[in-house]
Design a protein around this ligand. Structure first.
Ligand code: ATP
Ligand code: MN
Ligand code: MN
Length: 302
C-alpha cells in the first residue's frame, strides 16, 4: 500500500519541547524579523508544511548569521542538528552510502529551525523509496527583461502540454524570481526516466518557441527568455518546498497557488512572511488539495 505523505505527518506534537535560543536575534535585517518570529512562522505553518516535507531526503539552507550573512546548503545528516532529525543512508554518485537527513515530525522541523535553517529543499521522492520520484518539477527561470506575464503564460503552457499527455499539475510561486510547475507521479518511473521526460518536454517547448524559451542552463543565452529548468529532476536534485521561507530580502515565501489565482499574481515573491501567514490561516491554504491522492504514471516518450 502506497501511503502518501499526508498519512505520515504530524506524528509528534512535541515541538513545544524544542527550545529556540536567542529568539531576539535579527535574522532578516532589512525587515526586522527575528529568529523567534521565524520559529513562530514555522510553528504556525507546520500543519501545511509537514505533509510536503515529511519523510523526504532534505537539503537545508542554514544561515547562522542571518539571511544577509553567509548561508550554506547542507544535504547530509549531522548529529548536532538535533536528536529528532532523521538520518537515511543513500548511495552517492561515487557508490558510497552517506546519511542524508529528513524530518519525520514537528519536533525535528523545529530543531532545524533552532539550527538556523531558513529554507527547506526536499527531494521529489520519499525515504521508503528514494529511487522513484513522486513529484517532478518544471522550474521556470526568467532571464533579464522577461515580464511576469510571460512567466505566467509559460506555466500555463506547460500545464496545457502536460494535460495533453494525461498529467495534471500544480503551480507555486518560488519566493524568488519564478514559478514551479509540479507534477505528482505514482512512483512507477525511476529518476533517469523522469529526467529524460522532463528534458524532452523542455526541449520540445524551446524548439517550438525559441524566442521565448530555452532548455539549456546558459546564462548568456537567457536575456529575454525563460529557461525551462528540467535539471531539478535528477536523482539528488531538490526544489524549495511549499511554505518555506527564502533567505532573501523581504522574507519571501514559496507559496502553492490554485491555477485560477495565477492571473492575479505580480511576481514570484508576492508573499512575504506576514502575507503567507494570513494565507495559511485562510480558506486558500489548501490550494494543492488532492495532490497526494493522484496516481499518475509518466507517459512513454515517443
Ligand atoms: P527562483 O524562482 O528565483 O529561480 P528557485 O528556488 O527556483 O528560485 P533556482 O536557482 O532556480 O531557485 O534553484 C532551483 C533549486 O535548486 C532550488 O530550489 C534548490 O532546491 C536547488 N539549489 C539551489 N542552490 C543549490 C545549491 N547550492 N546546491 C544544490 N542545489 C541547489
Ligand atoms: Mn527557479
Ligand atoms: Mn533553476
Amino acid at each position: 500500500e502506497d501511503k502518501g505523505p499526508a498519512d505520515l505527518g504530524l506524528r509528534s506534537e512535541a515541538e513545544e519541547d524544542v527550545e529556540i535560543t536567542h529568539p531576539e536575534r535579527v535574522v532578516f535585517p532589512a525587515d526586522g524579523i527575528t529568529k523567534g518570529q521565524v520559529a513562530d512562522y514555522y510553528r504556525a505553518v507546520a500543519p501545511l508544511l509537514m505533509p510536503e516535507l515529511v519523510d523526504r531526503p532534505l537539503s537545508l539552507i542554514r544561515c547562522p548569521d542571518g539571511a544577509e550573512g553567509t548561508c550554506f546548503f547542507q544535504k547530509h545528516h549531522a548529529a548536532k542538528l538535533g536528536d529528532r532529525v532523521g538520518a537515511i543512508p543513500i548511495r552517492e554518485k561515487g557508490g558510497d552510502r552517506e546519511d542524508y537527513l529528513y524530518v519525520g515530525d514537528r519536533a525535528a522541523l523545529m530543531q532545524l529551525v533552532q539550527m538556523n535553517t531558513l529554507e527547506f529543499h526536499p527531494w521529489g521522492a520519499r525515504i521508503d523509496d528514494p529511487e522513484h520520484p513522486d513529484r517532478i518539477v518544471f522550474d521556470l527561470d526568467p532571464g533579464d527583461g522577461v515580464e511576469w506575464k510571460a512567466i505566467v503564460a509559460a506555466a500555463r503552457e506547460i500545464r496545457a502540454r502536460l494535460q495533453e499527455v494525461g498529467l495534471e499539475s500544480f503551480v507555486r510561486l518560488s519566493g524568488g524570481k519564478g514559478l514551479h510547475v509540479v507534477v505528482p507521479l505514482d512512483r512507477s518511473a525511476a529518476w533517469d526516466e523522469a529526467k529524460a521526460f522532463c528534458e524532452a518536454f523542455a526541449r520540445a517547448m524551446a524548439a517550438q518557441a525559441p524566442e521565448r524559451y530555452l532548455a539549456v542552463a546558459s546564462k548568456a543565452k537567457r536575456p529575454g527568455r525563460i529557461f525551462i529548468d528540467w535539471l531539478r529532476n535528477g536523482r539528488g536534485a531538490t526544489s524549495v518546498t511549499n511554505w518555506s521561507l527564502r533567505a532573501r530580502p523581504g522574507a519571501p515565501v514559496a507559496v502553492p497557488l490554485r491555477w485560477e489565482e495565477l492571473g492575479r499574481t505580480r511576481s514570484g515573491a508576492d508573499y512575504d512572511m506576514q502575507r503567507a501567514l494570513r494565507r495559511a490561516r485562510s480558506d486558500k491554504a489548501d490550494a494543492w488539495a488532492g495532490i497526494d491522492a493522484m496516481r499518475q504514471a509518466l507517459p512513454a516518450l515517443d
